[in-house]
Design a protein around this ligand. Structure first.
Ligand SMILES: *[C@@H]1O[C@H](CO)[C@@H](O)[C@H](O)[C@H]1NC(C)=O
Ligand SMILES: *[C@@H]1O[C@H](CO)[C@@H](O)[C@H](O)[C@H]1NC(C)=O
Ligand SMILES: *[C@@H]1O[C@H](CO)[C@@H](O)[C@H](O)[C@H]1NC(C)=O
Ligand SMILES: *[C@@H]1O[C@H](CO)[C@@H](O)[C@H](O)[C@H]1NC(C)=O
Ligand SMILES: *[C@@H]1O[C@H](CO)[C@@H](O)[C@H](O)[C@H]1NC(C)=O
Ligand SMILES: *[C@@H]1O[C@H](CO)[C@@H](O)[C@H](O)[C@H]1NC(C)=O
Ligand SMILES: *[C@@H]1O[C@H](CO)[C@@H](O)[C@H](O)[C@H]1NC(C)=O
Ligand SMILES: *[C@@H]1O[C@H](CO)[C@@H](O)[C@H](O)[C@H]1NC(C)=O
Ligand SMILES: CC(=O)N[C@H]1CO[C@H](CO)[C@@H](O)[C@@H]1O
Length: 886
């Protein structure tokens, strides 16, 4: 979600937005070579066993609702029309509350007394599934404690296709399996607290520039993605999230193949609700809805925050749904069964997460830090009351936040085992990134500045710090002799002695397109992969002066390092990613050897940005027609591309050193389920209870404004004036006018479903475990320190198949639960599902195992370029001490 809070920022939006009144087409033209195929109607929800009880209750409740009541809970009541960043209407008569939707992925946004957790990119770098779950559970507890029904996260799209992409840091790394597993652990953690997780952004939101439709001034860019790439990369983490039971999904701002994500029937009705069998609800990104009837038919269930910008401006009480959806149902354009399904999906998600029992209402305001204020700040005249109870939801979550920050820290280089440091060495610390923002830790709205420590990127994915443990304070607590130069230009320093250690703090920031920071419009369009604030020069000058330099990088993604990485005095380099509030001790303990670094790169660090395919550059030509962003590199992003080209990165995907000395032995592979080329047939699709709801156009009176209702100006309501309701009903009941339905439209539910489909992210057989691989990891007896070890499993497909596949692809990972003391060992188990060994066959529209008895090589090690173990699926033999394929 995406909208800056604070009314001030809206005025800017108006200036851009109001410049033209030309009307957007409900369905945009399709770029040549790509097709946005029609897929109708929206499959009813309610056919998955693990949702059946919730659907039964939901259908029962919805069957008692009037037209206006049903419509009321499929949209927000308007921007700033409640305490949360999104607030739905309610059904007071039946006890169904307004639902509170709140950003963002790393903590409860725009409020206090919360924990500012490490960002997604740090979380991915831990490669620790159990810890990722714990972070999710802590985040979920905080959303619940603040009374938010929906957590607007996790983000697995952007997937990280573009190294400069502005919001990659909100997700877990540039690999679909890392995103999928981290995303699903987060979903499980959050939803175990009864909070509805919202997996986002579906799909192709890989850059910030030109992401949004703006009132005919500009169409959002179109991400043109072929079918196989869509399935094997970008949709993969969404499938995993649906498999984990995610309650809600947010559509992206951009278009896919020319058709806007929030009304793309192929994506929403076809891929998500039929193939992946998604039972929950689909919401828009904030103000992303650009049509009323068309988006309903295409499978959208919830319009957020309820207003529209497609044809009108927000804050004046216009909506594409609410009263317009009521009209569309009365006039017959949106079939009643589609409305029944939308409403039931919202109510079912609420039951599914147990929110019908003792769920707290919101006790914070996303709009103000004051105790009292207008209840509806978006209204000109609003009743006032208490809006902030300042409920402290932190519990002991700083412990898990610190653990994530620490386990993310990725040691790239440690020449001559220079680290850990000894506290007896005098320290000279350089760079403003070592200290908290001197103007205040929350002085820039939504972190829309890079001043002081970079603990998170900017935009709706940020949160306020309750406090910030900054590195310099932590270092001063640890070491007696610390000299800090709070500058990014190298100062004059006394002549160093040989024992002196210099630590240089540098950063690279990015965020959401709602703000421009130092000329970066969300994406890193100005700075590229170069360190900000002259970081390269600062390191070079420190390295020229001191013989022992440690570089600490806080960054949203890859940065290039060639100008200093091989300098002999640059002894050690640590990527501390985006640590959130626990930036200090988490790092200091690693620098001084109280904990070994155990993070691994969730992306590659290239020698040069030009090592990436040209097609992953930002598309930056503003045009009046739609900008086309064509994914011509297909599967070949990040390490998949570099390996294909034989280009060595500076540091490979998955790389991360330790103070321990790990080796892998005792590898074995076991066959669990015998694979056939084509998966066993999907289960039959049972009938949906939604079909039992009355699908006849209701009486117009169900939509009339109630007599004497105290209306709040510009609040969005579902009712119509009686004359308008009657007129619409007259059209609907007689069929006197018809809606220009899109080609391929039908309202008749399909029987069966696609062969690859099923109720839980696709055909359940895709998750059958085909093989398990295990290996024992030992910390050498002579190692100086203990540490946690990570095993990463990469699959190499058999060579003689008819599909071009990347050299290796990550399929699973595991981390030891405890740090292994010198001499200690642990056995890690990894597993490979049928899907992990399949490719998406565009002809049969199914996942096929191209060589069921063939030789898949499963490479296991501590990085994509360090895989000393290989196991073969044909002979079930493993070798250790081998050199990997890249
Ligand atoms: C986009 O178009 C390509 C080429 O026709 C097709 O393979 C793919 O399935 C389409 N994707 C979507 C989401 O419509
Ligand atoms: C719609 O929701 C609003 C806000 O919660 C509420 O005031 C109104 O009564 C609801 N309308 C109906 C028909 O229940
Ligand atoms: C605020 O949260 C607390 C604890 O989660 C809850 O018990 C309470 O009902 C909420 N307060 C208000 C005023 O909604
Ligand atoms: C029904 O109402 C909707 C919303 O105003 C409108 O878009 C649609 O064209 C109407 N349909 C007919 C047949 O008039
Ligand atoms: C701190 O370190 C500097 C540089 O090595 C040295 O000159 C100074 O004497 C040290 N101060 C103390 C109090 O140890
Ligand atoms: C590692 O350190 C040695 C000795 O200090 C030095 O000669 C060498 O250049 C360093 N290598 C790198 C890659 O920094
Ligand atoms: C070897 O691996 C097996 C699991 O495959 C494990 O049970 C056993 O303990 C390991 N042996 C050693 C010596 O670590
Ligand atoms: C279905 O709704 C229509 C319109 O409100 C009503 O006339 C009819 O009686 C309802 N049918 C049932 C079975 O309740
Ligand atoms: C414990 C804590 O952090 N309490 C804070 C909650 O928020 C209010 C308002 O910002 C602060 O005054 C409290 O200190």
């Amino acid at each position: 979600m995406e909208y800056p809070s604070g009314l001030r920022s809206l005025s800017l939006f108006f200036l851009v937005g109001a410049a033209s009144s030309s009307v957007l087409f409900p369905r945009d033209p399709v770029p040549s070579g790509y097709a946005a195929a029609p897929y109708y109607p929206t499959p009813y929800g309610g056919w998955a066993d693990d949702w059946s009880e919730s659907y039964e209750k939901a259908v029962n409740l919805v069957s008692q609702m009037t037209l206006a009541e049903k419509v009321n809970i499929t949209a927000g009541t308007g921007l700033y029309m409640g305490r949360c960043v999104g607030n739905t209407g309610s059904v007071p008569r039946l006890g169904f509350p307004e639902l509170c939707l709140q950003d963002g992925p790393l903590g409860v946004r725009t409020t206090d007394n919360i924990t500012a957790f490490p960002a997604g990119i740090s979380t991915g770098a831990t490669f620790n599934k159990e810890l990722i779950y714990e972070r999710g559970a802590a985040i979920g507890a905080e959303f619940r404690g603040k009374g938010a029904n929906f957590y607007l996260g996790p983000s697995v799209g952007a997937l990280g296709r573009k190294p400069r992409g502005g919001r990659n840091w909100e997700g877990f790394g540039s690999d679909p399996v890392l995103q999928a597993k981290a995303g699903s652990e987060t979903i499980r953690g959050v939803q175990d607290q009864g909070v509805i997780a919202t997996l986002k952004h579906l799909i192709g939101n890989e850059q910030e520039l030109y992401r949004m439709y703006q009132l005919g001034v500009q169409q959002a860019y179109s991400s043109n993605i072929d079918d196989r790439t869509l399935h094997e990369l970008y949709l993969w983490p969404f499938a995993e999230g649906v498999h984990s039971g995610v309650g809600s999904i947010m559509a992206s701002y951009n278009a896919i193949n020319g058709s806007a994500a929030s009304q793309n029937s192929y994506i929403l009705n076809g891929l998500l609700k039929d193939e992946l069998g998604f039972q929950g609800l689909v919401m828009t990104d904030w103000l992303a809805q650009i049509s009323g009837v068309a988006s309903a038919l295409a499978g959208l269930d919830l319009s957020m925050p309820g207003d529209t910008v497609g044809n009108n401006i927000p804050l004046v009480g216009y909506s594409n749904w609410m009263y317009e959806l009521t009209r569309s149902v009365l006039n017959g354009s949106v079939p009643v069964d589609r409305l029944n399904d939308m409403t039931t999906r919202v109510v079912a998600a609420w039951y599914q997460l147990g929110q019908d029992k003792d769920y707290p209402p919101p006790n914070f305001s996303s709009n103000t830090a004051d105790r009292e204020g207008p209840l509806y700040p978006g209204a000109l005249f609003s009743p006032s009351g208490v809006v902030n109870e300042y409920v402290n939801v932190q519990a002991d979550h700083k412990v898990v936040a610190k653990q994530v920050a620490q386990e993310a820290i990725t040691l790239l280089k440690n020449n001559g085992s220079f680290l850990p440091l000894s506290t007896s060495s005098p320290l000279f610390v350089f760079g403003t990134d070592a200290q908290a923002d001197p103007q205040g830790i929350n002085s820039c709205t939504d972190k829309s500045c890079n001043r002081g420590l970079l603990g998170m990127g900017w935009g709706s994915g940020s949160a306020n710090y309750p406090y910030l443990d900054d590195p310099i304070s932590s270092l001063k607590r640890k070491v007696t002799n610390v000299t800090y130069y709070a500058t990014d230009s190298f100062p004059t320093v006394p002549a160093p002695s040989s024992n002196d250690v210099a630590i240089v703090f540098v950063s690279s920031d990015a965020g959401e397109n709602s703000y421009t920071v130092e000329n970066n419009h969300g994406d890193r369009d100005a700075n590229g992969l170069t360190l900000w604030h002259g970081g390269d020069a600062l390191i070079q000058k420190a390295a020229a002066k001191y013989s022992n330099v440690v570089v600490v990088i806080h960054t949203v993604g890859p940065v290039t390092m060639e100008s200093w990485i091989n300098l002999a005095s640059v002894k050690a380099v640590l990527v501390a990613h985006l640590p959130g509030q626990e930036a200090g001790d988490s790092l200091t303990e690693v620098l001084y050897g109280e904990a070994s670094p155990s993070g691994h790169l969730p992306y590659s660090i290239p020698v040069s940005e030009s090592d990436y395919p040209a097609s992953v550059s930002l598309v930056a030509t503003p045009t009046l027609s739609q900008i086309q962003d064509t994914y011509s590199e297909g599967l070949y992003i990040d390490y998949r591309h570099l390996n294909k080209e034989g280009t060595k990165p500076r540091f490979a995907f998955g790389h991360g050193l330790s103070y321990a000395d790990f080796s892998f032995t005792n590898a074995s592979i076991a066959a669990v389920t015998t694979l056939s080329a084509v998966p066993p047939a999907r289960p039959a699709k049972p009938a949906s209870p939604v079909a039992a709801l009355n699908a006849t156009i209701p009486a117009a009176a169900e939509a009339y404004w109630p007599a004497s209702f105290d209306r709040i100006w510009r609040f969005l309501y579902p009712w119509l004036p009686s004359n308008e309701a009657d007129a619409a009903y007259a059209v609907g009941s007689t069929g006197s006018a018809t809606y220009p339905y899109p080609d391929g439209y039908t309202s008749v539910q399909k029987s069966g479903g696609p062969p690859a489909g099923g109720p839980s992210g696709g055909n359940p057989a895709l998750w059958d475990v085909a093989y398990t691989v295990s290996a024992t990891v030992t910390n050498g007896a002579a190692a100086r320190l203990g540490g946690k070890a990570v095993a990463q499993a990469y699959v190499q497909f058999p060579s003689d198949i008819n599909f071009d596949t990347p050299v290796i692809q990550l399929r699973d990972f595991a981390k030891t639960g405890e740090a292994l003391a010198p001499g200690a060992s642990a056995t890690l188990e990894l597993s490979l599902s049928r899907k992990d060994l399949s490719v998406w066959d565009t002809v049969s529209q199914n996942w096929v195992v191209p060589a069921p008895g063939g030789r898949y090589s499963v490479w296991v090690g501590s990085a994509s370029d360090d895989t000393p173990v290989v196991c073969y699926t044909d002979t079930l033999e493993c070798e250790v001490g081998v050199t990997g394929p890249v």
